[in-house]
Ligand binder design. Structure first.
Ligand code: MTE
Ligand code: MO
Length: 417
């Protein structure tokens, strides 16, 4: 066999092995219909890149911070934070009726009459109603996620029911400490139904006090923030101090300014993490990445490499390109994120008693993937990755518009020398 034939044979073998050759029944984990790769199926050439992948959970102090406020509420001195209720000892939450479109509630909770909720009161509710779930925090306006965590809190409805609402309650809006400057209010809102009931198997909307098993830091919105499991970051208000019950029938989030689609749940999409910039001719190319697993789940990650500039015309989403399946990695052995003892807290939604995920990939979080591209000839190439969600929609569908969250197909350049 001459060298060229040898290459073709190897190339073909590689192609089959890494793109199509995952068909050995019984060797792969299939959870909830999505096939994840077993360690034994991963090419040895990928070991290095997989080893270097970011941890599944993000240490709380490594989240990217996009907080607003002048000064940033978390940058205030300890003394000032004590004064304005941004410590566990001094925190207070008021729950009142909207003065403009009032909801009828019998027992508003106010600081004036001493009925506001304090942290000890919150911890009392936490004794019987703690909720924990994994979630990726993503800013609608930024492509890349800010971090993934196990968020712990109590359902917001537990507090709302204490106000004894009677009628004319259609929506709830909420905001946090904003330097006592009305211009700095950053408000978000939800239909009351979403708060009272967890539809589509979603975790509840929580008042969150812990991230990855540790009390919420000032940077992450402590002492208490809202976390809305299925939503982009702007719904998860930090330094929470006010919940307002209203008869308003539509969204009044601050994020509406800026042309944002504030009813958009998390999308599913893929990104690369490591791609060699330059590779040698005929050398298999290890690539890794992650997928944000949105409301519609994740069934596949696919990649496609083509010589630069040879993309098909009139097919902006590259639906007719020869995409091949990457391997979705199984749950990690080490979760990271500074989780105490690297163990999930008991009763984390979606995890069994031993701390193993019940399904994988997990909706509303992330999954990592890897692929070994067969060796290529000299030239400039463009590598793309995309997701297919559980309904079969290929990125950027089903919701391609930028102001409902990032979903554009990523492209990365690569040179073979
Ligand atoms: N009070 C308050 N809450 C806020 C914000 C803010 O500016 N002020 N920013 C929001 C936005 S736009 C995002 S994307 C998330 C970011 O959360 P993180 O800083 O914990 O990553 O916080 C949200 N909560
Ligand atoms: Mo954001």
């Amino acid at each position: 066999m001459n060298r060229h034939d040898q290459f073709l044979r190897e190339h073909e073998a590689l192609t089959r092995r890494f793109f199509l050759g995952l068909g050995v029944a019984g060797t792969a984990a299939i959870v909830a219909g999505t096939r994840t790769a077993q360690a034994s199926e991963l090419a040895p050439e990928l070991a290095d890149a997989i080893e270097k992948l970011e941890s599944f959970l993000t240490p709380p102090d490594k989240f990217r911070d996009v907080s607003r406020g002048k000064p940033l509420p978390h940058s205030l001195s300890e003394e000032k934070r004590v004064e304005v209720g941004l410590t566990r000892e001094t925190w207070k939450l008021e729950v009142t009726s909207d003065t403009e479109q009032p909801a009828r509630i019998k027992k508003p909770m106010t600081t004036a009459d001493g009925s506001a909720l304090d942290f000890a009161g919150l911890m009392q509710i936490a004794e019987t109603h703690p909720v924990r779930f994994a979630k990726v925090m993503t800013c609608l306006n930024i492509g890349c996620p800010l971090g993934t965590g196990i968020w712990e809190g109590v359902p917001m409805r537990e507090i709302i029911w204490r106000t004894q609402p009677v009628e004319n309650l259609r929506r709830v809006f909420y905001y946090g400490y904003h330097n006592d400057d009305p211009k700095q209010i950053f408000r978000s809102s939800l239909p009351i139904g979403r708060v009272l009931e967890d539809t589509y198997d979603l975790p509840p909307v929580i008042l969150c006090y812990k991230l990855n098993g540790q009390f919420l830091s000032p940077e992450r919105g402590g002492p208490v923030r809202v976390v809305v499991p299925e939503a982009y970051g702007f719904k998860s208000i930090k330094w929470l101090s006010q919940i307002v019950l209203t008869n308003l029938a539509y969204a009044n989030d601050t994020y509406i300014d800026g042309n944002n689609d504030v009813d958009s749940p998390l999308k599913t999409w893929a990104s690369t993490l490591s791609v060699p910039k330059e590779v040698a001719v005929n050398q298999p190319i290890p690539v890794t990445g992650y997928a944000q697993v949105g409301i519609s789940g994740l069934s596949k990650v696919q990649i496609w490499i083509c010589p630069k500039g040879t993309e098909p015309a009139n097919d902006p989403n590259f639906t007719t390109a020869p995409w091949s399946d990457a391997q979705i990695l199984p749950p990690p052995k080490i979760w990271g994120g500074s989780l105490p003892e690297d163990k999930f807290p008991q009763n984390t939604l979606g995890f069994d008693a031993d701390g193993h995920p019940k399904t994988w990939p997990m909706r509303l979080s992330k999954a990592h993937w890897a692929a070994l591209l067969p060796g290529l000839q000299t030239g400039e190439y463009t590598l793309r990755s995309r997701t297919i969600d559980e309904k079969g929609a290929a990125q950027p569908m089903p919701r391609p518009f930028r102001k409902s969250g990032h979903a554009a197909i990523e492209q990365v350049s690569l040179v073979v020398k």
